[in-house]
Design a protein around this ligand. Structure first.
Ligand code: FPP
Length: 273
């Protein structure tokens, strides 16, 4: 066992397995600090098995559990999962209710494990429209894990990137009027501190499952410089090996943030004699 991750996954990852092979390729010095995931493909997973869509969401909750555990073991600081968008209210009532019930079940089952593993539970999104049982469970999970200092798990619930930016603007305008502030003085930092993600670093890596090349109104401001990784895997099939693969791919990227950096392997001027 050559890197520390193999120790962190001891007893979980079998010797000679694909998980172990992938773990060996991870560079511990370049682990992304914040990973965001658009969990997509639950419905298709269910349809391929002639099951109701809700069965796909239930299987997807197992992927959430596996991904949170792997992220915590890897020492990732923030994991943000897109669980329910403001647009998802348009789905049939029974599907919406099933998604909320799964969230409640997840919290009830997992909150003790989250706490034991020093994982802090948070949500991002608007509380309005969420029913009182969901809110009660969310508040309990937030409270019980408030002192945890390891991975922070952010569940995006009733979330919309555009609404988040509109609300930030409203707050800024109100603030500016009260303080008689010059609009020129408003900075990017002012917007950031009014987002649900205030205080969190932007995601380094955005993963989307099920092969769709869209960002679907997720963290629109925050993903300005995120690396995007799309896998064909449907979310209910996503497991720790898929997370490792995404991070290995991320670690090969050359992040330039609009700057220029010559690739290390290419000479600046070719064939000079
Ligand atoms: C997208 O698949 C998935 C969702 C809208 C919900 C994600 C929810 C879970 C994984 C369940 C539990 C969540 C937590 C945090 C415990 P889709 O239904 O749009 O799939 P499709 O595009 O194949 O129809």
């Amino acid at each position: 066992m050559s890197n520390d991750f193999l120790k962190d996954f001891e007893g979980i990852v079998d010797s000679g397995s694909r998980d172990e092979f992938l773990l060996r390729q991870l560079d511990p010095a370049a682990i992304p600090s914040h990973i965001a995931i658009i969990m997509d493909g639950n419905g298709r997973w269910a349809a391929r098995r002639s099951l109701p869509r809700v069965a796909g969401h239930r299987a997807g909750a197992e992927s959430v559990r596996a991904t949170v555990e792997a992220a915590a073991r890897l020492g990732i600081r923030y994991l943000t999962l897109y669980a329910f968008s403001t647009e998802n209210w348009k789905r049939p009532r029974l599907e919406v209710e099933a998604l909320m019930a799964l969230l409640i079940e997840f919290i009830r089952k997992e909150v003790a494990t989250l706490k034991e593993n020093n994982i802090r539970f948070q949500t991002i999104g608007r509380d309005e429209r969420l029913d009182s049982v969901v809110m009660r469970e969310i508040d309990r999970a937030r409270r019980e894990t408030a002192a945890c200092t390891g991975l922070q798990l952010n569940v995006a619930l009733n979330y919309s990137g555009r609404c988040e930016i509109v609300e930030a603007c409203r707050r800024l305008v109100t603030e500016a009027l009260v303080r008689n502030q010059n609009p020129e003085d408003i900075t990017e930092h002012d917007i950031e501190r009014n987002l649900f993600t205030a205080g969190l670093p932007d995601p380094d890596l955005l993963i989307r499952t099920s092969g769709e090349m869209r960002v679907s109104n997720f963290l629109l401001w925050q993903i300005a410089y995120s690396e995007i990784y799309v896998t064909e895997k449907l979310w209910p099939d996503f497991r720790r090996a898929d997370l490792f693969e995404a991070i290995i791919d991320f670690q090969k990227r050359d992040r330039r943030y609009g700057d220029i950096k010559p690739a290390k392997t290419e000479p600046l001027v070719a064939n000079m004699k």
